[in-house]
Design a binder for this molecule. Structure first.
Ligand code: NAP
Length: 455
C-alpha cells in the first residue's frame, strides 16, 4: 500500500512577516498539520521574522494563539502542539534597513548541503525586492535555498517584469516559488487526475464536443478591512490575472508529457499565449451597492468616486485547434449571493433526440468541478425517470463530493498551503507559476484594463 504521507527531510523555513495575517491564518496552521501527520521531521526549524519586539517564547505564544484560533482548540493534539511549538524560533528584523539580518544569519548557521533553506515572503510586495537583496547581501542564500512569494506579482506587465528581473538577479528560476494557492487545492489537482489519468474525457475535451466552459469564483464577503488596498487593484488584477487564468490553463492545456514542473508549465504558457484579445463587448464590470444592512463598495473602500470593479465577467477564447470557437466565461466578484468557486464544462447537446417531445428534454451534460465549498466533482446526466409512465427523461447527477469519501476514511481535507509549503521543501515547482506565465497573463490582462481606463 502507498503511504499517505511522504516525510520530507529536515529543513529551515524562514517566514518574513511571521506576525501577519497570512502567517497566522494559513502558514502556522498548515505547518502544524504537516507535523501532526508525520510529514515534518524532528530536525525541521521554522524561524519567524518581523519587526515586532518578540523573543522566541513570545513568538511561540503568538503561534499557539493562532493555532487555537484557526485550527481550533478541540482539534489540536497536545503532544503534536508542543512538538510543533518547539520547532519555532524568532528573529526581530527590519527587512528594509537590513537591521537584524545578521542575527538571522546567526540563527540559521552555515548552510548544510542537503538541508533545504526556504524564505517565505509573507509581507507586502514592496518588501519583496529589499528582502531578496538583503538575503543575498548577507550571504544567506545557498544552492539549496528557495524563495517563496505570493500575489500580487506585479500590477501590470511592466511591474511584473521588474519583479521577475529583481528575483532572477539574485536567484535561479528553479529557486523561485510563486504561489497561486488555488493550484494547491485538492480539487484542482484532481482536475489534472480527472483529465490525464482517465481515458473517458480526453476524446471529448475539445471544440467538437464542448459547448462552453464557465469558471466562477464568487465571494459573499465585501472588501472588509482590505478596502483601500483593494481599491487600487480591483477584481481583474486581484482574481482574474492569477486564479481564474490558472484554472483556465488547467482546463485548456494539452496533456504534458510528464507531471513535471516545466512540462506542465510549458503547456500552461501555451494556453496563455493563445488567449484571444477580449473585445469591448465581451467584458462587463460592476461594483456592489449597499443591501441588507451591508455597506456599498464605495463606503467599504473609503473611496466615494471609485470606479474600481468588485465584479467582472468576460468571454475569453483560446485560439488553437482544440478550442477554436469555444467560449470560456470567467466571472468573479465580491458580495455575491453565495461563496462558490466552480468550473463547469458544458458538453454539446445530443445531435438528435429519439424520444417523443412530451417525455421532456435531454439535459446538456455538465461536468462541474467544485473548488469550494464542498470540494468535489459532479456530472449531470439525463436518465429515464424511474417507474411507470412511459419514456420520460429526467435530470440526474453523478456526485463525487470529496468530503463524503474523506469522512468515510476519517481523513481531513488538507488546506492548499499544506501541500504547497511541503512542495517548496521537496523542491517540486509543478504547482507554482513560472515567471513567463505571470508575464503572459499580464500581457493579456493589460489591454483590457487599458481599454477601461481610456473610456
Ligand atoms: P499583514 O497582515 O499586513 O502582515 C505583514 C507582515 O509584514 C507583518 O508580520 C509585519 O510584521 C511584517 N512587516 C512589515 N514591515 C516589515 C519590515 N520592514 N520588515 C520586516 N517585516 C515587516 O499582511 P498579510 O495579509 O499577512 O499578507 C502578506 C503577503 O501575502 C502580502 O503580499 C499579501 O498580498 C499576500 N497574501 C495574503 C493573503 C492573506 O490571506 N492574508 C492571501 C494571499 C496573499 P511587523 O509589523 O511585526 O514588522
Amino acid at each position: 500500500m502507498v503511504a499517505r504521507v511522504v516525510p520530507v527531510g529536515a529543513f529551515d523555513l524562514v517566514v518574513f512577516g511571521a506576525t501577519g495575517d497570512l502567517a497566522r491564518r494559513k502558514l502556522i496552521p498548515a505547518l502544524y498539520h504537516r507535523l501532526h501527520d508525520g510529514q515534518m521531521p524532528d530536525g525541521a526549524r521554522v524561524i519567524g521574522a518581523a519587526r515586532s519586539e518578540l523573543d522566541a517564547d513570545g513568538f511561540r505564544r503568538m503561534a499557539d494563539a493562532a493555532l487555537g484560533e484557526f485550527v481550533g482548540a478541540s482539534a489540536l493534539e497536545p503532544e503534536a502542539r508542543a512538538r510543533f511549538l518547539a520547532t519555532l524560533d524568532y528573529v526581530q528584523l527590519d527587512a528594509v534597513s537590513g537591521e537584524g539580518l545578521e542575527a538571522l544569519g546567526a540563527a540559521l548557521g552555515p548552510a548544510e548541503p542537503g538541508r533545504p533553506r526556504a524564505f517565505y515572503l509573507s509581507v507586502a510586495p514592496r518588501f519583496f525586492g529589499p528582502i531578496a537583496e538583503q538575503i543575498h547581501a548577507h550571504g544567506l542564500a545557498g544552492p539549496d535555498c528557495r524563495i517563496v512569494i505570493e500575489k500580487p506579482l506585479g500590477h501590470d506587465l511592466a511591474t511584473a517584469r521588474a519583479l521577475n528581473a529583481c528575483f532572477t538577479g539574485h536567484f535561479d528560476e528553479r529557486q523561485i516559488y510563486r504561489i497561486d494557492h488555488y493550484l494547491g487545492k485538492e480539487t484542482v489537482q484532481n482536475l489534472m487526475a480527472l483529465r490525464f489519468a482517465n481515458a473517458l474525457f480526453e476524446p471529448l475535451w475539445n471544440a467538437r464536443h464542448v459547448d462552453h466552459v464557465q469558471i466562477t469564483v464568487a465571494e459573499s464577503v465585501g472588501v472588509d478591512g482590505r478596502g483601500p488596498y483593494y481599491d487600487g487593484v480591483g477584481a481583474m488584477r486581484d482574481m482574474v490575472q492569477n486564479h481564474l487564468l490558472q484554472l483556465l490553463c488547467l482546463i485548456a492545456m494539452e496533456p504534458p508529457a510528464r507531471f513535471e514542473p516545466d512540462a506542465v508549465r510549458d503547456e500552461k504558457l501555451k494556453v496563455l499565449r493563445a488567449l484571444a484579445p477580449v473585445a469591448e463587448a465581451d467584458v462587463v464590470r460592476g461594483q456592489y451597492m449597499g443591501s441588507n444592512g451591508s455597506a456599498a463598495y464605495t463606503a467599504e473602500a473609503e473611496a466615494a468616486d471609485s470606479l474600481t470593479e468588485s465584479f467582472v465577467a468576460l468571454r475569453a477564447g483560446v485560439d488553437n485547434w482544440r478550442w477554436a470557437g469555444v467560449p470560456f466565461y470567467l466571472r468573479t466578484g465580491k458580495r455575491l449571493r453565495a461563496r462558490v468557486s466552480e468550473i463547469a464544462v458544458a458538453f454539446r447537446e445530443v445531435p438528435h433526440l429519439i424520444f417523443p417531445a412530451r417525455g421532456g428534454r435531454a439535459q446538456q451534460n455538465v461536468l462541474a468541478i467544485r473548488l469550494q465549498p464542498d470540494e468535489g466533482i459532479r456530472l449531470s446526466m439525463t436518465i429515464k425517470d424511474p417507474g411507470p409512465g412511459g419514456m420520460r427523461l429526467a435530470p440526474a447527477e453523478l456526485d463525487m463530493t470529496f468530503a463524503d469519501r474523506l469522512a468515510a476514511s476519517a481523513l481531513r481535507m488538507p488546506d492548499a498551503y499544506e501541500r504547497l509549503v511541503m512542495d517548496v521543501i521537496r523542491g517540486d515547482q509543478t504547482l507554482f507559476m513560472r515567471g513567463d506565465e505571470v508575464e503572459a497573463a499580464w500581457a493579456w490582462i493589460d489591454p483590457i484594463i487599458a481599454g477601461w481606463e481610456e473610456r
